[in-house]
Design a protein around this ligand. Structure first.
Ligand code: GLU
Length: 313
């Protein structure tokens, strides 16, 4: 089967070096195998991801020389390629899970979730304490009068694991390490975990390349693939890019955003430095994405976080 990789950026701001590294690695990995590339805009949170940010992101990726075969501007058989336009698909998946008796309404407020004395995951998110797991029909009807519920997936105390293409074996006990997780927020917005599974399957994605911050989302996603009877892709997580002071890069880091970088560097300069940091450019010399195909190999990429040296960009 032909490899299909994807970029799935969330356009909540201007693209930054971490997003660019993600797209570069996904592109190189797929293209080196003669695979196709899909661009999907993850704009479920329409308030934080206005269309003009998505348009800018598409333009930035083109400027970087990272192309795609399916997605905005390219069309393709699995569109639309904006998650904000795909809600009927997420609704259908939700109904399938609900028909299996695995979905329940959760009325907990943010403050209640915070106060519940559940253990915290490595990423700082609380494991849901299960407060609304066993509400009776009467309790649900009563609570629904005062607020609309979120919807959660009931998870079993089973261990789900996989072998990451870069980070090696990883597993989690769904109930203990993750807890019943959100499928839809109380305002009706579908959750990333559900949307990403539905979309990667619908778009025929066979290889997911993304940052190690999403490693611990993968067991949840594998569980959803299984429940929905969908073929799961392989997963390759790469180390996070850190700012020179060791913080996680965010869209608020002005220095790492393309808004300022594009004024002082060419696309080849940016890609060459990122590839150098990620171990597959022997120096920080400018390189095109196409030119890097000959040098890229996953075993050259470190597994520990990559700190950007002061003054590199
Ligand atoms: N949209 C997510 C992000 O920008 C990526 C999701 C994924 O690769 O699975 O962080």
């Amino acid at each position: 089967m032909q490899t299909a990789g994807r970029f799935a950026p969330s356009p909540s701001g201007r693209i930054h070096l971490g997003n660019i590294l993600c797209c570069l690695l996904a592109w190189l990995s797929a293209r080196q195998q003669g695979g196709r590339v899909v661009l999907r805009i993850e704009d479920l949170d329409t308030a934080r991801c206005p269309r003009r940010y998505a348009d800018q992101m598409v333009e930035d990726l083109q400027w970087l020389g990272l192309d795609w075969d399916e997605g905005p501007g390219a069309g393709g058989p699995s569109g639309p390629y904006y998650q904000s336009q795909r809600t009927p698909l997420y609704q259908a998946a939700l109904e399938k899970l609900a028909a299996m008796g695995l979905v329940y309404p959760c009325f907990c407020t943010r403050a209640e979730l915070h106060a519940a004395s559940a253990p915290h995951r490595g990423d700082g998110q609380a494991v849901y304490a299960g407060t609304c797991r066993d509400l009776t029909a009467e309790q649900i009807a009563e609570k629904a009068k005062s607020r609309p519920p979120a919807l959660r997936l009931r998870v079993p105390g089973e261990t789900w694991g996989f072998t990451d293409g870069h980070m090696g074996p990883y597993r989690e006990n769904l109930a203990r390490d993750c807890g019943d997780f959100l499928l839809r927020r109380s305002d009706g917005m579908f959750a990333y975990q559900l949307a990403v599974v539905v979309d990667d399957a619908a778009m025929g994605v066979t290889e997911v390349v993304r940052g190690a911050d999403l490693l611990d989302s993968t067991p949840r996603q594998l569980y959803l693939y299984d429940l929905l009877g969908l073929p799961a892709p392989s997963f390759i997580h790469f180390p996070l890019l850190l700012a020179p002071d060791g913080r996680r890069l965010s869209k608020r880091d002005a220095d790492a955003g393309l808004d300022t970088l594009r004024d002082r560097a060419t696309a080849a300069e940016i890609l060459g430095k990122l590839a150098y940091l990620a171990g597959f450019n022997p120096s920080a010399a400018p390189r095109t994405a196409e030119g890097l195909l000959a040098d890229f190999a996953w075993d050259k990429v470190p597994r520990a976080d990559l700190r950007i040296p002061e003054g590199l960009f």
